[in-house]
Design a protein around this ligand. Structure first.
Ligand code: UN1
Length: 514
């Protein structure tokens, strides 16, 4: 009975026991039946509830955000940056609660969850600093005598921010804070499987001073959200992280709109490769491969999927990686000793299982599969595995999980079998290279159309402000999240030219910033 469930949730909410994610407009509160969020690590523990937004909720959020945007933009970047810094402080103060939700709602291991809260805080502080530097004052430009020219950055309107379940706090907040601090109002849609931690993040932003009408939270099914959001007249931009096919769908929907042209900022998937030549330090390579392919149960868009190994060291490296896989602790993500937790849900686990079955039936060799006997609970677990392909071109799908594909190559075929195969796949997110010969990695870097290239280290965990993150081609539009150019795409530029002769030399009174 939805009514009873709603009452039960209300009383649990009052007692502060279970988190509840609901649309911030609350129009759909009565008609929408809340559904339960269960822990993927055991499938039985109730983590909280979510009330999905209705079409009316979504439309109302855009209406209100459209009305609120100008005052927020006019309030100035210094004020908006202060709100982000306040939110960063609140994230730090609520760290335990956020970590708990990331572990229970998304199945994150403790180190992953702790790192994610830290990354969310970094996004807030970094974009605040960038906004103060570039958005607070107009840029004065040189011009002829008798003329003042100034360039200022303004918000674009209402940004729809659509984020994925694999970083339900950091990517969610990264998108939202970038859009907000650039002067936009925001309608934020969390991923369907991870709305609780996002709801808490929104609450913290509101408490830090972002007006409720400037930031709306709408947990909703992606399709329904798209139907309303992409057609709404107040839409000023879309920021999306998720699959390439969904980004292409959004792009087409935006192109079909009448009226103002609305930009898309998309960060999508990748068939990410690592290239290892025979000069590499194999023990280090094995360690970096394990980290890159299996951390977060391989559910990072940066994760390693395709390992190219020069043939004369391949057997030794495969042996080292397989040995390392024997040591992986798979299981309850809330235990500090766990390396690999569950995948996001049972449907993801069975898709990975089907994929693995299908390719091995077709002749792909299973080099190693981890043992799941160590897992003590009935969760959505999937055993990490290592497969061997004869040819990199056999890998075409964006499987999202702990599956590593190994391909051997001959040094003389580096261009034709490795670099050409990466190019043909069309993705360009991350690439790892292990070699002790500088000219080898330089040759690879010169040829690779890839956003983030890592030499002689693992290839995940880009740090905000240090390794700006994002791809090209099928992997996204850029600009890079956590980089110095990111905020500009969330803004429009206005050039103001004042004829100071006609205004009697008092142009300063009329120009921006006076
Ligand atoms: C994603 O998985 O959607 O470098 C992107 C990393 C992360 C990846 C985030 N910044 O591993």
């Amino acid at each position: 009975n939805p009514q009873q469930l709603a009452e039960q949730i209300a009383s649990l909410q009052k007692s502060g026991e279970l988190p509840h994610a609901a649309p911030s407009t609350l129009v759909g509160k009565i008609e929408s039946t809340p559904h339960e969020v269960r822990n993927p690590a055991n499938l039985s523990e109730l983590v909280g509830y979510v009330s999905a937004a209705s079409k009316e909720d979504i439309a109302l959020a855009f209406d209100k955000a459209g009305q609120a945007r100008k005052a927020w933009d006019d309030a100035g970047a210094t004020h908006r940056a202060a709100c982000l810094v306040g939110a960063a402080d609140k994230l730090r103060a609520h760290r335990a609660e956020l970590v708990r939700l990331l572990v229970k709602e998304a199945g994150k291991t403790l180190p992953d969850a702790i790192a994610e809260v830290r990354e969310a805080e970094d996004f807030c502080r970094y974009y605040a600093a960038q906004a103060r530097e570039h958005f607070a004052e107009p840029t004065v430009l040189p011009g002829p005598t008798g003329e003042d020219n100034k360039l200022s950055l303004r918000g674009r309107g209402v940004f729809a921010c659509i984020s994925p379940w694999n970083f339900p706090l950091a990517i969610f907040l990264g998108q939202v804070t970038a859009a907000l601090v650039a002067g936009n109002s925001v309608v934020a849609k969390p991923a369907e499987s991870t709305p609780l931690v996002a709801a808490l993040a929104v609450r913290l932003l509101h408490e830090a001073g972002v007006p409720r009408d400037v930031l709306h939270f709408v947990p909703a099914a992606g399709k329904m959200f798209g139907e309303v959001a992409l057609k709404h007249p107040a839409l000023g931009g879309v920021c999306f992280t998720g699959s390439t096919s969904t980004a292409q769908f959004i792009n087409r929907a935006l192109a079909a709109r009448d009226g103002a042209i609305v930009p898309l900022i998309a960060e999508t998937g990748g068939i990410n490769a690592m290239i290892v030549d025979s000069s590499a330090l194999l023990e280090q390579v094995a360690d970096d491969v394990l980290t890159s392919a299996f951390t977060s149960a391989g559910q990072r868009c940066s994760a390693l999927r395709l390992l190219f190994v020069q043939d004369d060291v391949a057997d030794r490296l495969i042996e080292l990686i397989a040995g390392g896989m024997n040591e992986l602790h798979i299981g309850d993500p809330s235990l500090p000793s766990t390396d690999v937790g569950p995948v996001i849900n049972q449907s993801a686990a069975s898709k990975l299982e089907d994929y693995s079955k299908k390719v091995t039936q077709k002749g792909v060799k299973m080099l190693k599969q981890c043992d799941l006997n160590q897992v003590r609970t009935e969760g959505s677990y999937f055993a990490p595995r290592m497969l061997e392909l004869n040819n990199a071109r056999e890998l075409t799908s964006e499987e999202f999980g702990p599956i590593l594909h190994v391909v051997r190559f001959k040094r003389e075929n580096l261009q034709s079998d490795v670099l050409a195969a990466i190019r043909e796949a069309g993705y360009g997110l991350t690439l790892g290279v292990h070699t002790r010969i500088e000219s080898v990695w330089q040759e690879i870097v010169a040829e690779a159309a890839v956003g983030n290239i890592y030499i002689n280290r693992n290839m995940i965990g880009a740090v905000v402000g240090v390794q700006p993150f994002g791809g090209e081609g099928l992997s996204g539009t850029g600009p890079k999240a956590g980089g110095p150019h990111y905020l500009f795409r969330f803004a429009t530029e206005r050039t103001l030219t004042v004829n100071t002769v006609a205004t009697g030399g008092n142009a300063r009174l009329l120009s921006l910033g006076s």
